[in-house]
Design a protein. Structure first.
Length: 479
């Protein structure tokens, strides 16, 4: 008998194994050990478990044979898979290539040791086939996202008129990235989805089995099926895409989501496909300003695919630590309790959001959390572990280039051209966090910024993009 193993991050509506006439049975493994490897946010565990159980139920409804190892068996991933293989007399195993490094190798070794024939389908979490992205990175050493993005647009024809980019520009960044207007702006709420029996059972199970997980499982808020993911996407395109570009970098002390799409947790486990997302956005047509549409498309087919390529191309990134930082994150980052009183307001607010939702939008991750971690001298590996545990969309392939590369500059400037750090003035401009500009300027955040530039002056001095801030720092310090 031949089986396909569907991983928790591959719960597609249409998995390629369904077109494979050789497959007799579908396997799912809920690995207790995998969910305990880090102190994961409860919503991440609920999302993965409920999405897997829904995928199994959908297949069974279609008359497909499904065999599962459930969490209550307390098995690790390979032990669970071995139990399935032995219980169902399997002699061949197929799976979709996993995005995180090492999974395919472990599965192949497992097949070899169990005497199973193996078959691997290409990874469908991305628009770009893995060999193409590898070839691009292999032939464009040191190339930046913008180069990749133009290649991607030309390759796919997305937002192209023949050889010309729509609107005759590749990039509308200059039209985007405004702070919210002074009087505020109405932010359409994301849809509230009713939980079915499967999700309610998972929520109760997670509450019982993982009592120390950050976040409250009862407040779980995400879609867990491809059809609800479509509702989520349609809602974004109808109500938030129009202002996505303009307020992409904006922050607000009282609003966690603004005009962001909230689709990364869904894209990263196959509940949405990149081509569906692109199609839905492009189909919105002239109603959406091109600057917003292009800004969103750039995130999805540019940044997301570029980061995956960077991860594949740079295997050393995971351990990088350019500034040799050693401080470990304190336990309160995980528990959300006993947070020190002097933690600056933006950091405290975003931390509370992460505990509530397992989510923060890009600029909060980069310029509030990431910037604070770097300026405080936290070890990038400790930072990585925290993001991996606390965020509902976090997996190794996307975390390594974003956390180690873009946010913590641990690679010394491969993914980003300069460390993304700022004083309070930038946060105040984009988010009005403090009552006055003066308080922003005199905040802990600003002091941490100057201290960081001072402490790491030697390593930063060669970066021409930091010449002005370094000169300001020297002047402030009377040098
Ligand atoms: C420190 C740090 C950690 C991050 N960790 C993750 C993570 O664990 N998982 C994750 O998917 N993204 C991560 N990102 C990238 C980005 O912040 C999130 O993809 C985005 O905030 C998700 O929210 P959204 O779906 O509302 O995105 P939107 O702002 O609506 O953007 C649309 C989509 O574009 C894609 N995208 C945009 N930027 C990136 C990027 N830099 N890398 C990958 N995809 C991108 C995502 O799929 C996202 O859903 C991280 C960024 C930083 C700076």
């Amino acid at each position: 008998m031949k089986a396909v193993l569907i991983l928790a991050t591959q719960v597609f509506e249409h998995h390629p194994a369904l077109d494979d006439p050789d497959i007799d049975v579908v396997f799912f493994v809920e690995s207790d050990a995998a969910f305990r490897r880090h102190r994961y946010h409860a919503h991440k565990i609920v999302l993965l478990l409920s999405a897997m159980r829904h995928a199994a139920a959908r297949l069974e409804d279609r008359g497909i044979r499904v065999e599962r190892i459930t969490l209550d068996r307390g098995l690790g991933f390979l032990a669970g898979l071995r139990a399935l293989v032995q219980e169902h007399d399997v002699d061949g195993l197929a799976w979709m290539s996993a995005t995180d490094r090492g999974v395919d190798v472990r599965l192949q070794r497992f097949c070899d040791s169990e005497g199973l024939r193996s078959r691997v389908y290409p990874d469908e979490l991305f628009l770009t086939p893995a060999p193409d992205v590898d070839e691009w990175f292999g032939s464009h050493a040191g190339a930046r996202m913008e180069d990749f993005y133009r290649w991607q647009r030309r390759r796919t024809g997305i937002l192209m008129h023949g050889a010309q980019p729509a609107g005759k520009r590749w990039n509308f960044d200059a039209d985007n990235r405004e702070p919210l207007p002074k009087g505020g702006v109405d932010v359409p709420p994301h849809p509230e989805l009713a939980h079915d029996d499967i999700t309610r059972t998972v929520i109760a199970e997670v509450a019982e089995r993982f009592p120390d997980a950050p976040g409250d499982p009862a407040q779980f808020w995400l879609p867990v099926t491809p059809s609800d993911a479509q509702v989520w996407l349609t809602d974004f395109v109808q109500h938030r895409l129009e202002l996505f570009g303009r307020y992409e970098d904006a922050m607000a002390a009282d609003e966690p989501f603004l005009f962001h799409s909230l689709i990364s947790p869904l894209l990263n486990i196959g509940l949405l496909r990149v081509d569906e997302v692109v199609e839905a956005a492009v189909a919105a047509g002239d109603r959406i300003p091109l600057a917003s549409l292009e800004g969103f498309i750039r995130q999805v087919i540019g940044w997301r695919e570029y980061m995956r390529g960077a991860y594949r191309a740079m295997s050393h990134l995971r351990e990088a630590n350019h500034f040799a930082l050693t401080r470990q994150l304190e336990p309160w980052w995980y528990s959300g309790r006993d947070v020190p009183d002097d933690l600056p307001l933006p950091v405290r607010t975003v931390l509370a959001r992460v505990h509530r939702w397992g989510y923060a939008h890009h600029i909060e991750r980069l310029m509030v959390l990431g910037s604070w971690f770097l300026m405080q001298g936290y070890d990038p590996r400790s930072v990585y572990d925290w993001f991996l545990a606390l965020f509902v969309d976090a997996y190794e392939w996307v975390m390594v280039p974003n956390v180690q590369g873009m946010s913590q500059f641990a690679d010394g400037g491969v993914v980003a051209t300069k460390p993304y750090i700022s004083g309070g003035a930038y946060l105040q401009r984009m988010g009005s966090w403090w009552p006055t500009a003066r308080e922003a300027k005199e905040s802990e955040f600003t002091s941490a910024y100057w201290d960081f530039l001072d402490q790491h002056e030697d390593l930063l001095a060669g970066n021409h993009r930091l010449a002005v801030p370094l000169a300001q720092m020297r002047k402030l310090r009377g040098r």
